[in-house]
Design a protein around this ligand. Structure first.
Ligand SMILES: Cc1ncc(COP(=O)(O)O)c(C=O)c1O
Length: 421
């Protein structure tokens, strides 16, 4: 295995089974799972309806390719097209978020006859050549080589923004001005698309003021620049208030990319977008595994479960409950720079006490101390100093309380170490 696969924890964990929001490691230890394999276990571990759909499909047919009709793929595409909010939408399935973003960029570049892309600073869009190329974070950019030309514009990372002290409307105006300036002065003038995560995930659940993407989208419209919403982390109701992250912004995306939660762990990603754009591929194209019977049968059951149980509403309620418990800690502990997020994307930015200087060591300590106490959480941030919580959307009130109490203890250890006395 390559050295660049980063394992969590000084003593890495092998997870061998799961049930609901709990997972068990190879030594029989149980943990409360508040990261869901990077926001991917959406409805929970071992959901009977999903197991049943996958098992039944596995017993019938694992693979046929898109040379033949695949019923669960067509049904899933129809549901996603309907849910997308894009009129006359078409859907294409691939195997990951990276591939989905690659495709979005390719479609936009083809439609606009341009290889110029705009992305937000601190973005993460994946590990493939093009998706890493449009990623605006040094720690995830292995090379400067890229098939597209990229300019990065200001986005939602307010905590470290030069515009941080501005109120929402003026913050948005400053970002709009920056975008216009970049289009007019830095690009060759025929930009293909702007791609944005409505909440930047890997960057540490960076939440822009509502309406920011809509304001950026209006500028894009003026120039004919397409808008791509990367919903790989924010889709399926995780933000609580909306089904898609873009809906907080009054923007009409031309293309939406998705992956992670849809398959609840089955490898499935895709793109939904304006039919004319999705159709506009001037050559044959396939994905051998994209939309395969197993992944789409499981995803269909998973999506049905999510909608039938209104897990978006649960994400809103449980997210608010988590914030009620964590927000006060920011006043009590100097090691906490900021608690932020929406729905079940909640982040804690850790800093050197008394400053806004990033403290990755404190974040690592919070992760370790949480694990010792039976709680799995994630890490992120442009400087690796953000603890991230993103449990399955089926999380219960008791589990929220348990996680908040455990995290409070872990943060207390970091506070004591970084701010003794
Ligand atoms: C917003 C976003 N886009 C794209 C990706 C890439 O997805 P994948 O790892 O499935 O290729 C990720 C993965 O973390 C992501 O968070």
């Amino acid at each position: 295995m390559p050295s660049w696969i980063g394992l969590y924890y000084d003593e890495p964990i092998e997870l061998v089974s799961g049930q609901g929001r709990r997972v068990v490691d190879g030594e029989g230890r149980t943990y409360l799972d508040f990261f869901g394999g990077i926001l991917t276990t959406m409805t929970g571990h071992a959901v009977p309806e999903v197991i049943e759909a996958v098992t039944a499909q596995a017993g019938r047919l694992l693979h046929s390719s898109t040379l033949y009709l695949i019923r669960p793929m067509v049904e899933l595409a129809e549901r996603i097209a309907e849910l997308s909010g894009i009129p006359d939408a078409k859907v294409f399935f691939v195997n990951s978020g990276s591939e989905a973003n690659d495709l979005a960029v390719q479609l936009a570049c083809t439609a606009r006859r341009s290889n110029q892309v705009l992305a937000l600073r601190h973005s993460y869009h994946g590990r493939s050549f093009a998706s890493a190329g449009i990623t605006g974070m040094r720690s995830w950019s292995a090379t400067s080589l890229t098939p597209v030309t990229v300019n990065y514009v200001h986005g939602g990372y307010r905590y470290r923004s030069p515009f941080k002290d501005l109120p929402d409307d003026r913050y948005i105006a400053a970002c709009v001005e920056d975008l216009r300036e970049v289009i007019e002065t830095a690009t060759a003038g025929d930009v293909a698309c702007l791609i944005a995560e409505p909440i930047q995930g890997v960057a540490g659940f960076v939440v822009p003021p509502d309406g920011l993407l809509g304001a950026l989208g209006e500028v894009c419209d003026e120039y004919g620049i397409l808008f791509v919403s990367d919903e790989v982390q924010t889709g399926w109701g995780r933000t609580g208030e909306n089904f898609w992250g873009y809906q907080a912004h009054g923007v009409r995306p031309d293309l939406i990319t998705f992956a992670k939660g849809l398959g609840n762990g089955l490898a499935l990603g895709g793109l939904v977008g304006r039919g004319d754009l999705v159709d506009d591929v001037p050559a044959n194209s396939i994905s051998t595994f994209g939309g395969n019977p197993l992944a789409t049968a499981g995803a269909l059951a998973n999506l049905t479960y999510l909608l039938d149980h209104d897990l978006q509403a649960n994400a809103a309620t449980m997210g608010a409950r988590l914030r009620e418990r964590l927000d006060p800690l920011a006043d009590e502990m100097a090691v906490i720079g900021e608690v932020r997020g929406k729905g079940l994307m909640v982040a804690i930015e850790l800093v050197r006490p008394g400053t806004t200087e990033a403290d990755p060591a404190a974040a690592a300590m919070v992760l370790e101390e949480s694990r010792t106490r039976g709680l799995l959480i994630g890490k992120g941030g442009v400087r690796g100093n953000v603890a991230r919580l993103a449990p399955p959307l089926s999380v219960t009130a008791d589990e929220i309380d348990e996680a908040a109490a455990t995290l409070g203890e872990a943060l207390g250890v970091a506070e004591e170490a970084m701010n003794p006395g």
